[in-house]
Design a protein around this ligand. Sequence first.
Ligand code: BG6
Length: 468
Amino acid sequence: MSFPANFLWGGATAANQCEGAYNEDGKGLDIQDVLPHGFGLRTAEPTSDNLKLRAIDYYHHYREDIALFAEMGFKVYRFSIAWSRIYPTGEEEEPNEKGLAFYDAVLDECEKYGIEPLVTISHYETPLALAEKYNGWSDRRMISLYLKYCQTLFTYFRGRVHYWITFNEINSILRQPFMSGGIGTPKDQLTNQDLYQAVHHELVASAKAVKMAHEIDPANQVGCMVVGITVYPLSPDPDDILKVMGLDNDCYLFLDVQCRGAYPYFAAKRFEKLNVKLDIQDDDLDALKNTVDFLAFSYYSSNCVSADPSKGEPSRSNMTPELRKNPYLKVTEWGWQIDPKGLRYTLNRFYARYQKPLFIAENGLGANDVLIDDGKGSKTVIDDYRIAYMREHLKQVKLAIEEDGVPVIGYTAWGCIDLISCSTAEISKRYGMIYVDLNPDGTGTLNRYRKKSFWWYKNVIATNGEEL
Ligand code: BG6
């Protein structure tokens, strides 16, 4: 058997992309409530064109949804807790009981079916009040506010949650400072000093959260998480290789701190070059020594880069404008290059450097789906393209385990139920194995339907990955 017997098969969602109920039961606004167009411009207040305000209304459908996850055989369910449901402005003395009660109820459902929860503490959901008052993570005071929130979660859910991720895709702050770090300063005006200071604050907060989680419950397993941006040189030109090295280092800067407990060798020179003088206080460097228990990452795609910006064709990936097309790869309808072997490569690359257990926290295909009658009185989607995408990626995970010896502990398919896309805030970019009847104009019954991939993934889990 190549996948270990206790392999954590499952799916992943984020509160802001599925819950809706954006102002119910005392929830405060978070930054997603003013981001109706994903990475696009923020609005002054929530607007009716923001699909996330209602999303798929998981807030009122979670029982039905978790029952469907259980039917697929999920061993693990990764979801995020919306910080502003627990601390509406981030600064209250006491948590919002109704917010805690909602996640209690979610955990009840998970327990009912024996599904292990994996909680993302912060998934692009900084309370808006903190973004506005402190300019997000650029302010050091965010550390204690985040730790207060963590303490509430670790204490309140002690014994019920054992797997935690401190920040979703922590390295994305370099490209998306508002969505990732709550930093409102327009990108073109944001100094490297402020940006990397925010990075430092998040890294310190994450490390302190790891320590706290272990102290509160030694059974807690805490992971970091990065966007697994996998880049290849566009050509064998040594300058392109160095370009790749630079982009890899963008990611290693975070992982080295979180997995090895200190800034890497190249950090000092990088900061010097960028004119950054980090304000490192008291016990910061000691705190950073609290490394994570596992390394989680998202993986969707790979890209090429070139030292010469005039070379290559821009890839339509919306991660960074520097990325170039790879002539060997096909793309999704959203222009994301499909590269299953890149996942095996990424697993090896991360394990070679860190020797931490790896968790594939996100992977999946965003596509336009067509709902049809299934001939049995219900509806379905024949999403062979999604099955093919997942199958090819899982084959590579299997090879990484079987042939290369990489310890992979889990795989959570992204958006296991259709939800609102992060980068474009659309519903039409569907990842789910469960279809949700929601239209781009916000109409729809919100009924849930099993896609063909639902049955396929159920069998994958039932055979522990032997039948892909
Ligand atoms: C990851 C995020 O970057 O990619 C998710 O953690 C997101 O929140 C996923 O949904 C897929 O991206 P998108 O833009 O297609 O939703």
